[in-house]
Design a protein around this ligand. Structure first.
Ligand SMILES: Nc1ncnc2c1ncn2[C@@H]1O[C@H](COP(=O)(O)OP(=O)(O)O)[C@@H](O)[C@H]1O
Ligand SMILES: [Mg+2]
Length: 253
């Protein structure tokens, strides 16, 4: 098991926003975290990565207690793509942003090996020609791919992504999800992604965790979790899950 969270409790202030949240992430799987705004999805992802330190419960990454690990060791195991990441650090080029992912491995300064690795990753994602583009000049879909490239440069086998497709058009949503699925299939990555779009989640996720008000409402095979009944209970909307063109789709009715 790559990630195990048992009964995680977390509070920003006095009242907890995560109440006994447990989940499991296995190798070679895509786990979707779904749930309405404010249900605690981002907070949970940040606890897994120890951007936030949970108050109670236990989180194990490759069987090691996350509370006892150094940030640099977490970064070697987990690549994190935050929501709406953009700008903030000068005007780096695509190459520089991906090279930043080498930091947990690089000595004081990045070396030839780190640059080679960066080129390899850009090539594997068919992004070489963007290497000298400024990050802030890219489209949303291209930025998302650069951030995934940066996570890959960390050589971490676990990727956590916070709504990687939310600002993208349908074509780029599918490109990003296809890329993630491909990494899972070919390289054995495990991916845990917060996915806003339930139809995208049912198409791309093997397993799903549905959150409501800081708790797990349902968890398991994506098809068993993303049901009309659960959508009604958690989001309060009428939906239908029907097979169209050979695969289940979520439709809001
Ligand atoms: N930095 C923060 N300080 C205080 N409360 C926060 C902070 N970030 C999020 N919250 C609160 O925690 C709850 C869960 O938020 P979040 O994890 O961002 O939910 P989601 O990602 O599911 O939309 C919300 O009620 C939100 O207002
Ligand atoms: Mg969020």
């Amino acid at each position: 098991m790559n990630v195990i969270a048992n009964d995680v409790v977390f509070a920003y202030h006095s009242s907890p926003v995560l109440n006994s949240v447990s989940l499991r992430l296995e190798p070679s799987e895509v786990l979707g975290i779904i749930g309405p705004n404010g249900s605690g999805k981002t907070t949970m992802l940040k606890c897994l990565n120890r951007i936030l330190s949970h108050n109670q419960g236990e989180i194990l990454i490759h069987d090691r207690d996350v509370a006892k690990l150094k940030q640099i060791d977490i970064a070697k195991m987990i690549g994190y793509v935050p929501q709406h990441a953009g700008g903030g650090h000068g005007m780096p080029t695509v190459f520089e942003v991906v090279l930043m992912g080498r930091r947990p491995h690089a000595a004081w300064q990045s070396g030839k090996r780190d640059e080679e690795k960066t080129w390899e990753i850009l090539a594997s994602l068919d992004m070489e020609r963007f290497a000298s583009y400024r990050y802030d000049q890219l489209s949303g879909g291209q930025r998302q791919k650069v951030l995934i490239a940066r996570a890959l440069a960390q050589e971490a086998s676990i990727l956590l992504l916070d709504e990687p497709t939310s600002s993208l058009d349908i074509k780029h949503q599918m490109d990003v999800m296809d890329l993630l699925r491909d990494l899972v299939r070919r390289e054995g990555f495990s991916v845990c992604a917060i996915v806003h779009d339930l139809d995208l989640a049912i198409k791309y996720c093997d397993k799903a965790v549905m959150m409501k008000e800081g708790r797990i409402f349902a968890a398991g095979e994506a098809l068993d979790v993303i049901t009309a009944e659960n959508i009604k209970s958690v989001y309060g909307v009428e939906a239908a899950v029907d097979v169209v063109h050979g695969r289940p789709h979520v439709m809001i009715v």
